[in-house]
Design a protein around this ligand. Structure first.
Ligand code: CA
Length: 231
């Protein structure tokens, strides 16, 4: 499970450092934010794979941040684990109703936190947990970065691979070009929207010999969708 990026949103530096240390040792890339507004800009800059959000933050509560993330179409898939010193059952319910994917009460051991993170990642993104995903004849292995169709390896450039991985993780949903740029290229990269079309064409071309190009579907006026069902 290496290379996945976790954003820690916590104003108390000693706790942040302790969590960051454990996560880096487990192979994660870690970014940090002291409050909700810094968290928002970090999410826009380099979309993390998971957020650890402390409940008590100086500008807004972690619960409010979680609600805002889950309400926004661009970020609603982002897994959030709320950290809190409050062990009351009603807080837990509020946290989960606010959209948090899990809830960890302080004090927690680094080992416990890691187990919860891995469970959430496995649930929300199989490839984040290193598991292969399949769609139709295609199988994508995130560990070897290989895509197999039947018995053969599909030759893909790095962008086409990322695009296909994103599609396979989010099937049957339409994504606008701007959303694909945001999710596959990263929020702060300046790329024109028609670049998406170029890479979609390359991806289809790479899938064509395996009769899988029809999985990448154009939705007129909206964008693209990946689906094993016919258009
Ligand atoms: Ca705090």
């Amino acid at each position: 499970m290496t290379g996945k990026q976790i954003l820690i949103v916590e104003d108390e530096k000693p706790i942040r450092d302790m969590i960051a240390f454990g996560l880096r040792r487990a192979g994660f890339t870690v970014s940090e934010a002291e409050d909700c507004s810094e968290a928002r800009s970090r999410i826009a800059d380099s979309r993390p794979d998971l957020l650890l959000v402390d409940w008590m933050l100086p500008d807004q509560s972690g619960l409010e941040l979680t609600r805002a993330i889950k309400r926004n179409k661009e970020t609603q898939d982002l897994p959030v684990i709320l950290l809190t010193a409050r062990a009351e059952e009603q807080d837990k319910v509020a946290g989960l109703e606010g959209g948090a994917d899990d809830y960890v009460t302080k004090p927690f051991s680094p080992r416990e936190l890691l187990a919860r993170i891995q469970a959430v990642l496995r649930r929300t993104s199989p490839t984040a947990a290193g598991e292969a995903i399949e769609a139709g004849a295609l199988k994508l292995d995130p560990v070897s970065h290989r895509v197999i169709a039947g018995e053969q390896t599909v030759s893909l450039g790095p962008t086409e691979y990322r695009l296909l991985q994103f599609f396979m993780e989010h099937p049957d949903r339409v994504y606008a070009r701007s959303q694909l740029l945001d999710r596959v290229w990263g929020g702060n990269v300046y790329v024109e929207e028609r670049t998406v079309d170029v890479h979609i064409r390359r991806l289809r071309k790479a899938l064509e010999p395996f009769a899988c190009d029809s999985l990448v579907q154009t939705v007129r006026g909206s964008g693209y969708r990946f689906s094993t069902r016919p258009e």
